[in-house]
Design a protein around this ligand. Sequence first.
Ligand code: 13P
Ligand code: 13P
Ligand code: MG
Ligand code: MG
Ligand code: MG
Ligand code: MG
Length: 363
Amino acid sequence: KKITLTVIKADVGGCVGHSSVHPELLEKAKEMLSGSPLLIDSYVTHVGDDINLIMTHEAGRNNGEVHQLAWDVFVACTDVAKKLKLYGAGQDLLADAFSGNIKGLGPGIAEMEFEERESEPVIIFMADKTEPGAWNLPLYKMFADPFNTIGLVIDPKMHKGFDFDVRDTVENKKIIFSTPEEIYDMLVFIGAPGRFCVKRVFQRETGDIAAVSSTQRLNLMAGRYVGKDDPVCIVRCQSGFPAVGEALEPFTYPHLVAGWMRGSHNGPLMPVALKDAHPTRFDGPPRVIALGFQLSEGKLIGPQDLFDDPAFDRARELANNVADYMRRMGPFEPHRLPLDEMEYTTMPQVSKRLKERFISLRK
Ligand code: 13P
Ligand code: 13P
Ligand code: MG
Ligand code: MG
Ligand code: MG
Ligand code: MG
């Protein structure tokens, strides 16, 4: 019997500004999911202003009814957000109506279908104020770096390595890299997370799905600035996959990601407990939460709030130091994102207005 684990997220209105989600929206979402006969189980949470719907069912990936359910939840939550005049009500719903599959309509989605193992620990990572490429570095460490994951060396089921399905979000192409053999080739691409994103990871020994992330890019779909695509990522753990602690270890280093204020700045990704998942300093710094569940016949047993551990205090402290350091650059790169990432902000308008004042110089 195969179980599908589907995580769909959207920002349909922030409270206050872009910092958090109003409890009434979460209540609405919980009520709608728990009443649905489509699902085995569900869990609703949020990171910053993004609502995350964690769902289990037997309908497989890309199931129209499950996607429609999530869409309907976000539409209903948008109504609540409008009633409360929350900030950016309906922000991530780019289409006027649902049309068969939620992909391309605005919400982010990560889903995987698998045979539930005798014990099935999974981690759902959810981030705010950043973009899907933010997972590239941690996924690389989890699945391809033996200095992070000792299992690659000593677990016979991991020793063959993992395949990475990498997406080019600009040209809409995909390529599979086999690690460890092809890590140098792969790093050429995934080291550019604004364009290339790790979509899926597979265990080579069995071909089993190990991780999946959300990779859509709203701003490319909308053709105007609509914020960054605060991403989610599902990772299966233990016996042939990274141990829970190996999957969490990359986040002890708060690497720089694109997002933060107005989706236009680089900043450190800070791992936090749920109680701290409401970014406010300069609308950030970017946050990541990690909820662990044990699946039991599709039931979500848990969650365990995995970054709620003093062992991550130093990562948070380092993130704050890096935030101080980066902030002092104000509107200068590389704190501010490079020009091609500013395309959907005031850049085109200002350039247009000043066009006549730019004087061509002789070579
Ligand atoms: P325990 O002995 O606590 O079960 O730990 C086993 C383990 O493999 C930890 O990584
Ligand atoms: P969100 O993508 O989280 O809505 O952030 C947008 C923004 O502009 C924050 O300053
Ligand atoms: Mg927002
Ligand atoms: Mg957000
Ligand atoms: Mg967003
Ligand atoms: Mg034990």
